[in-house]
Ligand binder design. Structure first.
Ligand SMILES: *Cc1c(COP(=O)(O)O)cnc(C)c1O
Length: 353
């Protein structure tokens, strides 16, 4: 069998996503999905799109989605936006469009674990920059010659956030492409997107999976200057000219337009997060300050892997990364208030056991 598999495929070490179990009903807090439903107007758009138009190929450039983003982010035009089938795909295209083999790309040692996977796939060297002991990023550490920089802001799985002034200092000091992955920006942070007007080396990447409760739809996008967007389109057209389907385009455009609904549910997620973090701290857990829809939690006694197993037995699924520096932490996505009360109850019982 292996004989007929390419050497490339045989040697791959792919990203491992959080599990989507089918064995029983869990409180699912392991992949940072939004606990609230997509906006009613987005769902109505999805239903309306499911008609005769599906005979035709969709718009290759996702124009309805780009128009909605231009309005929401007050951008100069649709040629400043690129849409992809989830931000994972946007990231894959961006690594190809902006980074070169042999020119090391700087990234935090603890960050989204898909970044090193893309780098290896494309033979791009990675230079990992350690986080500070408090799990935050020191922006000065990235001010050195490199082939590029990629940072998630807020970072994952820590939840720690960098101010826009820090992002601007970094982008201004760097003579290389700087990708800022804003997957979690709508849970309390301020986007660096307005800076693309000033800096041709800045690329913002976002997703509708978390803040817009549309992980199942697969829509991610980049914001950058038109020359940078053109490079992304060229890469895309070497893989797949139609990455975003017709229903996804209609649904995403409606969701991005419905700012009132999403502000409301994401403010609710943020309030639940802060309350949960405070309660866990009062129980003696270390909780990294978070501006995302998850918290990064470490127990003072016992181990994170034992707590992971205990929660799983009790029907609560969270994420544990068996990696240096963070193997005694759990990443817990923020669910509804009822979900989080259940989690707190189980974690209290675990401490007493
Ligand atoms: C979830 C996540 C993504 C992927 O989002 P999709 O649009 O669902 O592919 C990208 N970056 C970070 C940091 C994430 O946490």
């Amino acid at each position: 069998m292996i004989k007929y598999v390419s050497r490339l495929a045989a040697g791959l070490k792919p990203y491992i996503p959080g599990e989507q179990p089918k064995d029983k009903k869990y409180i699912k807090l392991n992949t940072n999905e939004n606990p609230y439903p997509p906006s009613p107007s987005a769902l109505a758009a999805a239903v309306e799109a499911a008609g005769d138009s599906l005979r035709l190929y969709p718009d290759t450039d996702s124009t309805p989605v780009r128009e909605a983003i231009v309005t929401a982010d007050n951008l100069p035009g649709t040629d400043w936006v690129f849409c992809a089938n989830g931000s994972d795909e946007a990231l894959a295209f961006a690594f190809q469009a902006f980074f070169n083999p042999g020119e090391p790309v700087l990234m935090p040692d603890i960050s989204y674990s898909f970044y090193p996977v893309y780098a290896e796939y494309y033979h791009i060297t990675v230079k990992k920059i350690p986080l500070k002991d408090d799990m935050t990023i020191n922006i000065e550490d990235y001010m050195q010659p490199s082939g590029g920089i990629i940072i998630a802001n807020p970072n994952a799985p820590t939840g720690a956030y960098l101010d826009v002034t820090d992002i601007e200092r970094l982008v201004a000091a760097s003579d290389c492409p700087v990708i800022i992955d804003e997957a979690y920006i709508d849970f309390g942070g301020v986007s660096a997107a307005p800076l693309v007007n000033l800096y041709p080396n800045l690329i913002i990447i976002r997703t509708l999976s978390k803040s817009h409760a549309l992980a199942g739809l697969r829509l991610g996008y980049c914001i950058a200057q038109p020359e940078m967007i053109a490079a992304l389109r060229a890469v895309r057209d070497c893989f797949n000219s139609y990455p975003v389907d017709y229903i996804a385009q209609a649904t995403a455009a409606a969701a991005i337009t419905d700012t009132v609904y999403y502000k409301e549910i994401n403010a609710r997620v943020a309030a639940t997060r802060d309350r949960t973090a405070d309660t866990l701290r009062s129980l003696g857990f270390t909780v990294v300050p978070s501006l995302t829809n998850f918290i990064f939690v470490s127990p003072h006694a016992g181990t994170a892997s034992a707590l992971f197993a205990y929660l799983r037995e009790n029907g609560v699924l969270v994420r544990h990364f068996a990696l240096p520096r963070i193997d005694n932490y759990l990443r817990i996505s923020i669910g509804t208030d009822v979900d989080m009360d259940t989690v707190i109850r189980h974690m209290t019982a675990w401490l007493q056991a």
